[in-house]
Design a protein around this ligand. Sequence first.
Ligand code: 9MR
Length: 356
Amino acid sequence: MKRLLLGVIAIALALALPTSAYAGGPGGGPGGGHAPHDLRELAHKLRVYIGSTVDVTALADEADYRKVLNREFSHVTAENAMKWESVEPQRGVYTWDGADAVVKNAQRNGQNVRGHTLIWHNQLPVWLTEGVADGSIDAKELRKILREHIMTEVGRYRGKVRAWDVVNEVVDDEGNMRQSIWMTNLGPGYIADAFRWAHQADPHAKLYINDYNLEWNTAKINTTLGIVKDLQSKRVPIHGIGFQGHLGIQYDYPGDFPNVMRQFTDRGLEAAITEADVRMVLPVTPEKLATQAAYYQRMLSTCAANPRCAEFTVWGFTDRHSWVPGVFAGEGAACIMDENLAHKPAYDALLGVRRA
Ligand code: 9MR
């Protein structure tokens, strides 16, 4: 039975994998040498940071989670702890415990940090959204609040955060500027302001625009490129493009991704895959795991093949803690390790990626 399963996995992998120069098997392919033992070693070989989000409750309570996180990853992103509702739940009352825990743990374990995220339309504190809705916070005050938020948070972690997602998901699915409280009240200039303020607060941090569904040629690409060009023409300090990389195996793999990434890196931007996961319709089968493994491998290969791609971060490394089942009914198993932290085929497929 086991043999049969392995055979099915091998065939499915062979069918799903690109004929890519970068997807050498462990120990073989370009780059040669012995197969890396873990993702840290792989990251070193590829010269790409390999990261994961951190769930702060798991970090505090689960020794096995902590151990794997710190052994495998050279980059971390707080899954929720740096978002506005987490750090300033009441106006002027800051709660840094979760964010500090992630940063301190990273420093102890030689991990870089991605700050996620300064401006988003979700997970805003109620005092802010209600204040805007009832008119007690007008546009002028909103701009002041935004500046203070950015200066305070970026300033607190100055020198400790390698890269910030300054703006997250500012383009909607139709390719228009998203109508958030920021856009509606401040106009599109809020984006340039945010980058300038973040740069003032930490001149060495890489400042990113980050979004989902940017991996293939959707309407979002041109709008996002337009934002980048506009910011660059105004000499606004923007340094990076974040591709979230939330994929599902029920959809075709976005084969355009390397070209799309190049469109941005040709403009001098650093790139990162910031939130990679690959969900599937349950139940899990060996075939689905093999397809998932191929999707993960192609994503990392895309990063490894682009000299300006600096980071590949997974949005959670274990199915024990993943946002997917709570949002997509009947879907899950999106991570590279299962609930017991056992390696899935996707983990091994990542270890097989080689630099061009
Ligand atoms: O993983 C996060 C989950 O725990 C939160 O409930 C959710 C709230 O919207 O946000 C999730 O993270 C999102 C990230 O911040 C931005 N890109 C999409 C991610 C998945 O929804």
